[in-house]
Every structure is written in structure tokens, then in C-alpha cells.
Design a protein around this ligand. Structure first.
Ligand code: ARG
Ligand code: ZN
Length: 850
């Protein structure tokens, strides 16, 4: 069943307050839910509450127990007949968190009770108007056995605790801020805790706690530091302060996504909380900083102002991703941050945008809303906010966000309301800009240049792809930041051009010679640039815009690889330009990015019919060529940055690790004794997980014996730490060596592996499904294996299964041979009678079945 935005109807009832009592037991949990409800105008006589798998015990309406003629239990609802204007409703029901493998609603992660209610998990806990535009004040009492669950948490401020005679105890929490049910949270467990405090700009004192499994407390300090940095940043950059006495974060191992912004009680995948240098990579530390910030920033963009309905998801997600990206850019290297964000966008969102599951950042229909927590809604959504920021300028943007917060605080609103604030405060008309919210697919911008008599003319033509249903889409309105550079490399000008029509011309007069064009600086618009002039080497050397320099290096490498795939020839000029970068004296983590060759995914996206083998053969060959040509320089760079080793997390130390590991990876293409020794010694002597996993990955990919030894060592060292074991599984699942699928199958039976834990499934099966070489193997076994897993896991956790199913999105563009093999497997999945709507929606779209 498909749900449409156009069918939205306002709620007919208001829930003024919701008082919840949870009695947690090992075999079941009882929930008592007491709501004070009012009819809104033109309401029906009956109230239909959302309810999933309801096991009802009793209902009272205004203290009168209802018999079963007064209500109807439907498949996903509880309807109470003939209710008055204003009434109290008390519902008691029973749930089974210990059997909840979907990880939605109330469930257990190991021995910890926790919740995930966004988007529609609350209806699995208790009957409710489970929609974001119904906001209520929650008071929650949690009762459990005291020795097993000494910590009892919910949203808001702590009110009181009570001990009972029978070894049980209870805690009551009150959240004064009205909120939708998806922000409700509860945690009970025997948890370790790290405590700190923060004083807001206006002098309010906030208690900060991070809870985790006992023994992991020492791994919470980076998360705590990041939380305090986030709180200060939001005060300074957006004027937003925290609004409760307490901020709690809980880390759990079983979690479908990254983390959740529940009011005053964030629940996190432990992957985004726990870290120390021995167990986490530099990238993991950065991930923690950004996800902690993301969830904190939701307090204003998501919680205080929430979404009217789930079609508006990008209202909170796009904006919050933009905010966390800006935060990370402010705290770390701005240039590296921007490049990493664009890389992520292209690898995930551009791929999605070119697939049958492409959708606008504000979709107009869905079967399962869980399938729309996509990189389009999140990352492309963030690019849309970034363009608004560029169009308005820093000062107007701040005025506009202030107006947004002032106007809509406490409300559930639409993306249109956000746009209203943006244009009202800045007096910039954004009507034409709105297209970005309603269309899908990535536009291409064709660039033509001419130069006569000192006049440089730039002609830009937009090509907007058709929507998935074949309908024609309109051209976009966007800011395009460009620079013109003179022959000597001197910058002539920088401008933000506004592109709004299908074809645009821009004229620049009074130039001495044809300038070099530096286009889409900082990636000011999420478009693909198509240019016939190749000035990559020049721009790599002379452009002052760090993004375009990176982009030029990438495009140059991409075209060099394509040329190799076609003719076998390697462009000498590229090899030379690569050598030029090697010798540059620039920030090391930026340099490491400039030296990275384009991903298989990047090359794939440019092919009409995808053929993997030539891509990785060409990549392997170019890497070998570069490694052989620049061996001495590469080794010198390695040595310079390898010692003295340290495990510090400052920019310089991280930059040294980044460049050293980039260089080692390039050298590893030589697959000789020398590099094996380097990798082995790096593995043995490493002080950080960053160095350890790179060495391990290299050893695994080039030598079976050395790889085995290192892998065994790693396994024995970390087998009791699931979080680290994810890296072990991922390295093996991504391996290019022969026999990878066989080893993945063996690993499924490893005692550390657990099919119920999403992180582990993603590390083993998810990573395998992105191993182009083995997933797309021409014997079809890769496809068949993943299809089997989807069917199996769908019965445990449909969200996890539909995540795996997205590996098949490339279907339509595969070569005939692979396509036929994949089709067989997709048909098989679709034929499963009890298939979840999550998986059905993805696969039916891939196969274009309505
Ligand atoms: N709002 C959360 C975040 O952006 C993500 C929750 C997604 N949950 C889900 N079941 N799809 O951090
Ligand atoms: Zn979010």
C-alpha cells in the first residue's frame, strides 16, 4: 500500500499530555498509557489510534472501564467508538521486548532495554496518534528489578526515584517540551557512566552523561568532548542553547542506524560513541564527532521544530546534516571536510539518483517510510540547504534561521515553512529554487567557452534527466561559484553566477587572453560538470580553490583510466601531474586526498553499461605504474611520516597517518617483498588502529600467508570486542583475493558473528555486497548468496534486509550477462510470500513492477 503526500489530513484530536508507566520483566513488559485528549474542530466521533501487534489488557475512558463493544482492534489500529469532546484514556497492554528483533519500538540490545521510535516505532509500544504533528507533554515512570537494571532513563528531567519491597525500583521522568511520539525514549540497564557538565551561554547548568557497557567508560571521552564542542558551536553559530537540566547519551550495540535524537536521551549505535586510539581509526573519531553533533543539533532542528509529516523528513535531516558538516569544517580542515562530504554524496547519492529508487529530497509517496532515510533526503538535502546558504550569504542566512526558530518553535512544520523564513528574512525570492525539493536525478551542466577580442563567453546548458516514471523535469535554479585564472596562474576574478534557465550565457570583458575556468568551486551546486576543454594539469597547479584542485586531479585520473580502458595507453601528462602533487608542500590530509585514484563507483557511474572487470584492471595497472615510477619519492614520504610514531589526534598527526597510509597503499600495488615487509612491520609496531587496519588490509589483499598471520593475531587480540571485530569482518568481506565468498560463508559461523546485530551484518554481508569483484562474479554465486541472506534476514529485521537489497540498485545498467544472473535472484526474493514491505518496495522498484 502506497502513502501519498497529497492525502495528508490534519489530526482530529490533540493529546495534551501522556503519562506512561512501564513495568519491565524478563518475559514481558506491561505498559500503561494515560492520555488527556481533546477533539479538534470537525472531529469524528471515533478516535483511531495507531497500534501494531496490540495485546490489550484493558481500557478506561474517563475512569470507566470499556467493554469490547466500545472499541475495535484492527490490523494496525485501535479505534475507540463515540468519544466525548474532552476525555482521558487509559490503556494497558503487554509487549515482548526480548523477542523484538526488528529493533523498532522497545527492544533489548544484549541486556539493555532501549527504544527506537522514529519514524513509527511508538505504535509497537502503546496505542497512540503516532505521527509527528501530534505533540504532547510526556511523563514516564520506568519500573524494573534494581540489581539487573539500576539505571532507568527516559526523556526530560528526572523527577523522583522509589524503591519497592520486592527488589524492584522505579524512576519518573518529566519532559516539559511537547514532542511527537517518535522522540520518546526509554533505557534500562546496568550501565557504566561518564559524567561531565556544561554551562550554557545564559548560565544554565546542564548535567551531561554518556552511558555504555561497563568497562567501556574510558572509550567515551572523545564523544563527551564532541558533545561539549557541539553545544558551544550551536550557541555561537546559530544562537541556540540547550533547554533541559540533563543531556543523556546511551551507547548500544544493536541499532539499525547511526543514532537517534530522542529529547534529552540520545540513543547511539556504540560505533558512534566508543573509541580509543587502540581500537578506533582516525575516521572513526571523526565519525563520532559528527554524529554526536548531528544528534545534538537536532534538539533545535528536529525536536523544538519538527516535521508535519514524514514527507518533510529533509526539513530536519538535510538541515541538520548541513549543520553537522559546517561544524566539522569549523573544527577540522575545511578543505578536507568539503571533499569528504562531496565524495560521500557522489558515491551514495549520485548512485541512488541514477537508479530506479531515485526520489526527490521531498518524496511524494512511499510504501515504507523507513526506506526514505536515504542519502538523497540526508546528503542531497544538506546540499540544498548549503545552496540556500550560498544564495543568502552568511549574514542573511543567520537572520533567516533566527526567524525560522522564532516563528516555528514548538510546531510541526513543512519544508515550505523553512523556505518562507529563508526568503522573508533575506528578501530573496526562492520560488524558482523550490524545484530542488520536488525533482529527482542529478542534472548535468554542459560548459562551452569562447574567446574573441578580449571577450570571454561562457555558455552553460542544463540537462535535467527525466523522473523515474519517465516524466520531463524542469531546469534548476542554483548558485555556481566560478573563478577565472590568467595564463600565469594569477586569479582574475571569483563570482557566484546564478543559473536558472536551461541555457545561460555569461560574458566577461576586457581580458588579455582566454582565461582558465575554475568551475563549481567548493562544489557550490550538486551537479555534474561536462566540459570539453581539458585544463586539469594547469588547474591542479594553479587554482587557489582547494576543491577544484582536487576535482581536477580526480577528473584527470578518471579520464586517464577511461583512456586506458579504451586504448591501453597511459597519459604521460597525468603521470607527470601526479608526480607534481607528490612533491607539493601542502596540508598532508589534503595531499592524501589529491593522491587517491577515483573509486570503482565513480568510474561505474560514467558507463552506460557497467562492466567491472576492465575498471579494476585499469585501476590496478595505473596504481602499479605510479608505484613503480615514483617508488623512491613514495618511500621517502612514507619514512618522513612514519616515525616517530604517535597516537595523537591533532590535525598534524592525523595528516601524517593519512599520507603515510595513502602512500603505502599505492606502493602495495607492486606486491613485492619490500612492501610486504613494510606492511608487516607497520602492523606489528602500530600504536593506532588507523595504521593497523591499513596494514592488515594490504597484507590480506596481497599475500595469503602473511595476511593469515596478521589476521589471526588481530582476531585473538580483539575477539572480545564486537565493535573492533566489525573491522575484521569488513576487511575479509572486501578482499579481492580468490575464495572471498567461501570465507564469508565460513565467517557466518564464527562465534563472534551474530545475524541479529546490524553492525555485524553490515560488516560482513553488506561489505561483501559492495565487493564488486566477488559480488558481481560471473558464476552468479555472489548474487545468489546475498539474495539468500536478504530472504533470511528479512524475517529477523526488515530494515536490515532492505539495506542489503540496495546493492541490487545497479541492476538496470549491468551488462546482459550479469543482468540475467541478477534478475533470477531478484525474482526469487520477490516470490517470497511473506516478504516485508521494506524489501518489496526496493526490489519492485528495481524491477520496475508497480
Ligand atoms: N533521526 C535519526 C538521525 O538522523 C535517524 C533515525 C532513523 N531511524 C530509522 N528507523 N530509519 O540521526
Ligand atoms: Zn538526523
Amino acid at each position: 500500500k502506497t502513502i501519498y503526500l497529497k492525502d495528508y489530513k490534519k489530526p482530529e484530536f490533540k493529546i495534551n499530555s501522556c503519562e506512561l508507566h512501564f513495568d519491565l520483566f524478563e518475559e514481558f513488559t506491561t505498559v500503561i498509557n494515560i492520555m488527556s485528549i481533546n477533539k479538534l474542530e470537525k472531529s469524528e466521533n471515533d478516535i483511531r489510534l495507531d497500534a501494531m501487534d496490540l495485546e490489550l489488557i484493558e481500557i478506561y475512558l474517563n475512569d470507566l472501564k470499556l467493554n469490547d463493544t466500545r472499541y475495535i482492534i484492527g490490523e494496525d489500529s485501535l479505534t475507540i467508538l463515540n468519544v466525548p469532546e474532552s476525555f482521558s484514556l487509559k490503556i494497558k497492554n503487554k509487549i515482548y521486548p526480548q523477542n523484538n528483533t526488528e529493533l523498532e519500538g522497545l527492544y533489548k540490545s544484549g541486556s539493555i532495554f532501549c527504544t527506537q521510535n522514529e519514524p513509527e516505532g511508538f505504535r509497537r509500544i502503546t496505542p497512540y496518534l503516532d505521527r509527528p504533528d501530534v505533540m504532547s507533554v510526556f511523563t514516564t515512570t520506568v519500573i524494573a528489578q534494581k540489581d539487573k537494571y539500576p539505571i532507568l532513563l527516559s526523556n526530560g528531567n528526572k523527577q523522583n526515584c522509589h524503591d519497592f519491597m520486592n527488589g524492584r525500583h522505579g524512576t519518573t521522568w518529566h519532559d516539559p517540551h511537547p514532542k511527537p511520539s517518535y522522540l520518546f525514549a526509554l533505557v534500562a540497564g546496568d550501565l557504566g557512566c561518564v559524567n561531565d557538565e556544561y554551562t550554557t551561554a545564559s548560565g544554565e547548568h546542564v548535567e551531561l552523561n554518556i552511558y555504555c557497557d561497563k568497562g567501556n567508560e574510558s572509550q567515551c571521552s572523545h564523544a563527551m568532548k564532541s558533545l561539549k564542542e557541539s553545544m558551544a558551536w550551536d550557541e555561537e553559530k546559530y544562537g541556540r542553547e540547550y533547554d533541559l537540566e540533563i543531556y543523556n547519551i546511551v551507547a548500544v550495540d544493536s541499532f539499525n542506524m547511526g543514532a537517534m535524537e530522542n529529547k534529552g536521551l540520545n540513543i547511539f549505535n556504540s560505533h558512534y560513541v566508543l573509541a580509543d586510539e587502540d581500537r578506533a581509526t582516525d575516521a572513526n573519531f571523526m565519525g563520532i564527532q559528527s554524529v554526536i553533533a548531528h544528534e545534538y543539533f537536532h534538539n533545535w532542528t528536529g525536536n523544538r521544530i519538527t516535521c508535519r509529516d514524514w514527507f518533510q523528513l529533509t526539513l530536519k535531516e538535510g538541515l541538520t546534516v548541513f549543520r553537522d558538516q559546517s561544524f566539522s569544517a569549523d573544527l577540522n580542515s575545511r578543505e578536507v571536510q568539503r571533499i569528504e562530504d562531496v565524495k560521500g554524496l557522489r558515491d551514495r547519492q549520485f548512485v541512488e539518483d541514477a537508479s530506479p529508487t531515485a526520489h526527490p529530497i521531498q518524496p511524494n509517496s512511499y510504501m515504507s517510510i523507513n526506506n526514505f532515510y536515504t542519502s538523497t533526503v540526508y546528503e542531497k538535502g544538506a546540499e540544498i540547504i548549503r545552496m540556500i546558504h550560498t544564495l543568502l550569504g552568511e549574514e542573511n542566512y543567520r537572520k533567516a534561521t533566527d526567524l525560522y526558530f522564532d516563528t516555528f518553535d514548538g510546531q510541526a512544520v513543512r519544508t515550505d515553512d523553512f523556505l518562507w523564513a529563508m526568503s522573508k528574512a533575506s528578501r530573496i525570492d526562492l520560488t524558482e529554487f523550490e524545484t530542488w525539493y520536488h525533482q529527482s536525478g542529478t542534472p548535468t551542466l554542459k560548459v562551452e567557452e569562447s574567446f574573441h577580442n578580449g571577450i570571454y563567453k561562457l555558455t552553460l546548458t542544463q540537462r535535467v534527466p527525466n523522473a523515474v516514471d519517465g516524466s520531463v523535469q524542469k531546469p534548476y535554479y542554483f548558485p555556481l561559484k566560478i573563478g577565472l585564472i590568467g595564463l600565469t596562474g594569477k586569479e582574475i576574478l571569483e563570482r557566484v553566477l546564478i543559473v536558472s534557465k536551461e541555457k545561460e550565457e555569461f560574458v566577461f570583458e576586457g581580458l588579455n587572453s582566454k582565461p582558465y575556468l575554475s568551475i563549481n568551486r567548493d562544489f557550490s551546486a550538486p551537479v555534474k560538470i561536462q566540459q570539453s576543454t581539458k585544463e586539469y594539469a594547469f588547474l591542479m597547479k594553479h587554482d587557489k580553490n582547494s576543491f577544484v584542485r582536487y576535482e581536477s586531479a580526480q577528473s584527470f585520473a578518471t579520464e586517464t583510466l577511461e583512456e586506458m580502458m579504451e586504448s591501453g595507453n597511459i597519459d604521460e601528462e597525468f603521470l607527470e601531474a601526479y608526480g607534481y602533487i607528490l612533491n607539493l608542500d601542502i596540508e598532508l590530509s589534503y595531499k592524501a586526498l589529491l593522491l587517491e585514484l577515483p573509486s570503482v563507483s565513480t568510474l561505474m557511474q560514467r558507463q552506460d553499461v557497467v562492466d567491472f572487470v576492465p575498471i579494476y584492471l585499469a585501476k590496478d595497472r595505473l596504481e602499479r605504474e605510479l608505484a613503480a615510477l615514483y617508488k623512491d619519492k613514495l618511500q621517502e614520504l612514507y619514512k618522513q611520516n612514519h616515525k616517530p610514531k604517535n597516537k595523537k589526534l591533532d590535525a598534524i598527526s592525523m595528516g601524517q597517518r593519512a599520507i603515510k597510509n595513502r602512500v603505502l597503499r599505492i606502493l602495495s600495488a607492486l606486491e613485492n617483498r619490500e612492501v610486504i615487509d613494510m606492511a608487516r612491520e607497520q602492523y606489528k609496531e602500530s600504536l593506532t588502529m588507523t595504521d593497523r587496519v591499513v596494514a592488515l588490509d594490504i597484507l590480506e589483499n596481497i599475500t595469503s600467508e602473511e595476511g593469515e598471520v596478521a589476521l589471526n593475531d588481530f582476531y585473538n587480540r580483539y575477539k572480545d570486542d564486537t565493535l573492533v571485530m566489525n573491522k575484521y569482518f569488513a576487511i575479509l568481506a572486501a578482499s579481492h583475493r580468490n575464495g572471498t565468498l567461501e570465507r564469508v560463508i565460513v565467517l557466518e559461523n564464527d562465534e563472534v558473528y551474530d545475524e541479529k546485530v546490524p553492525n555485524l551484518v553490515r560488516s560482513l554481508i553488506g561489505v561483501f555486497a559492495r565487493n564488486y569483484k566477488h559480488f558481481h562474479a560471473i558464476d552468479g554465486r555472489g548474487y545468489s548468496f546475498v539474495a539468500h541472506k536478504i530472504i533470511e534476514i528479512d524475517k529477523i529485521n526488515p530494515q536490515m534486509a532492505s539495506g542489503l537489497a540496495s546493492a541490487f540498485k545497479i541492476y538496470e545498467r549491468l551488462n546482459n550477462e550479469n543482468k540475467e544472473l541478477m534478475k533470477k535472484e531478484l525474482d526469487r526474493v520477490l516470490a517470497v510470500p511473506s516478504l516485508s514491505k521494506n524489501v518489496y518496495e526496493i526490489i519492485s522498484k528495481i524491477l520496475k513492477i508497480d
